[in-house]
Design a protein around this ligand. Structure first.
Ligand SMILES: Nc1ncnc2c1ncn2[C@@H]1O[C@H](COP(=O)(O)OP(=O)(O)OP(=O)(O)O)[C@@H](O)[C@H]1O
Length: 432
């Protein structure tokens, strides 16, 4: 983690994307900084300092996931989101919660590979191009022919051409080893194959751009030190991993139909993971002691005190997030980086349609989104997405006929497209 990511710097960075919710931002910023601080301690003390996990309480669509995801991105930390209710489904067995740790490691592997691919990209691209050219013109072709095909490929002139290349067989779905139960026994067939005489090769026909991607991928993989990737990723998951446990309130409440046992069961199963345990993964054992858990829920029905006392104790930091208001919606649409308005503008600009959205239009969009949330169902800022999509539906479809035009979206435009829908609860239920 970068030294300059102080709590204040983290909050500032989050402010660029998320409106309000300052209490939650502060809490996650401190939690993240504490990890950096922990790394500075003596080994003896370092082991004693465990993360202070966070419980976020707030209605749907108010920024709980977004804050956590952005935090992880900022820190380059492996992040997984899990719905706690997933484990109450039929067929659930206690050990399934360990899959969370395995997913975290997989995510860490993905991050680590992405990071390292950059350094092998040049060599991998070169080798991939050689293989692609061999497949297209044969190994014996003259330098001139190769050069001419090379140029056509890079100029996208061969995007529709099909080519047959020899590639590693992509692994089929993981195979379960009978008797080992749950996902512990999930072993990838290709992992076994890899251990016995290298991967299987097959010939496959595909379009040139797909072949290119596949070959670059293979050539990059070859150049990565897989053992070192696994070692680094495992350590990264252990010290920097963040798990977002959504809908924790849904497993806290008792169920009159007898679901309470399994819900309490899930809480019990989650406990060791949060307290710190060692989970077997395909890259080696992973300790969960220092993983940061952010649990979240609306807690409309259940209260945090309905959770098992041990679990409550493991989520010592409580923050409340507020429901978003019409004024927040205006700010989300105009102040956040890469906001929805900017996104639609950029998308339509690719078709040479210039879109201008007036301040009045933004206010009106926010008003309608808040109105529909109030009359139909409050889904928070997610409503902005459905409203914006509806507003621009027609223009998005007809863009090809409006090349070169500038379209101004003002208050009247928004009213014309949306007012009838917003005023009618039945209609907006289906359409907005
Ligand atoms: N405070 C906010 N500022 C900016 N955008 C927000 C804010 N809250 C939510 N959003 C946007 O709304 C969408 C949904 O938000 P998010 O995923 O954080 O919901 P949530 O609070 O985690 O709800 P749930 O518990 O239902 O998952 C995201 O696309 C996010 O960008």
């Amino acid at each position: 983690m970068k030294d300059n990511l102080t709590p204040k710097a983290i909050v500032r960075a989050l402010d660029e994307h998320i409106i309000g919710q300052s209490e939650a931002k502060k809490a996650v910023a401190v939690a993240l900084r504490n990890r950096w601080r922990r790394q500075k301690l003596s080994l003896e003390l370092r082991d004693e300092v465990t993360p202070k996990n966070i419980l976020m309480i707030g209605p749907t669509g108010c920024g709980k996931t977004e804050i956590s995801r952005r935090l992880a991105k900022l820190a380059d930390a492996p992040f997984v989101k899990v719905e706690a209710t997933k484990f109450t489904e039929v067929g659930y067995v206690g050990r399934d919660v360990e899959q969370i740790a395995r997913d975290l490691v997989e995510e860490a592997i993905r991050l680590e590979k992405d990071r390292r691919r950059e350094s092998v990209r040049e060599a991998a691209s070169k080798a991939a191009m050689e293989r692609l050219l061999n497949a297209l013109v044969g190994e014996g072709a003259s330098e001139a022919t190769r050069a001419s095909f090379h140029q056509r490929i890079t100029e996208n002139a061969m995007n529709e051409t099909e080519v047959e290349i020899e590639v590693e067989d992509t692994p089929s779905a993981p195979m379960e080893i009978p008797g080992m139960g749950g996902s512990v026994g999930m072993i990838n067939l290709s992992d076994i194959m890899g251990k016995f005489g290298g991967p299987k090769l097959t010939r496959r026909k595909m379009k040139v751009p797909d072949a290119w991607d596949k070959l670059v991928d293979e050539e990059s993989e070859k150049r990565l030190d897989q053992d070192d990737v696994a070692r680094t990723a495992l350590a990264n998951a252990e010290t920097n991993g963040i798990v977002f446990l959504d809908e924790i309130d849904k497993i806290a409440v008792s169920d009159v139909r007898g679901g309470s046992v399994s819900r309490e069961g899930v809480q019990r199963d989650l406990l060791p993971l949060i307290e710190g345990t060692t989970v077997a993964t395909k890259y080696g054992p992973m300790k969960t002691d220092h993983v940061l858990f952010i649990a979240s829920g609306a807690f409309h029905v259940a209260k945090p005190s309905d959770m098992l006392p041990e679990l409550q104790g493991r989520l010592p930091i409580r923050v409340e997030l507020k429901a978003l208001t019409e004024a927040d919606f205006v700010r989300i649409l105009s102040e956040t980086r890469a906001n929805l308005v900017a996104q639609y503008k950029a998308l339509l600009a690719t078709e040479e349609v210039a879109v201008e959205v007036t301040e009045g239009a933004v206010t009106e969009i926010a008003r309608i989104a808040a109105l529909v949330n109030e009359t139909v169902e409050n889904i928070g800022a997610r409503r902005l997405q459905t409203v914006m999509e509806k507003l621009l539906e027609e223009l998005s479809f007809e863009a090809e006929d409006r090349k070169g035009e500038t379209v101004t979206i003002d208050e009247a435009y928004v009213r014309e497209k949306l007012e009838g829908l917003a005023g009618n609860a039945d209609l907006s239920k289906y359409i907005l």
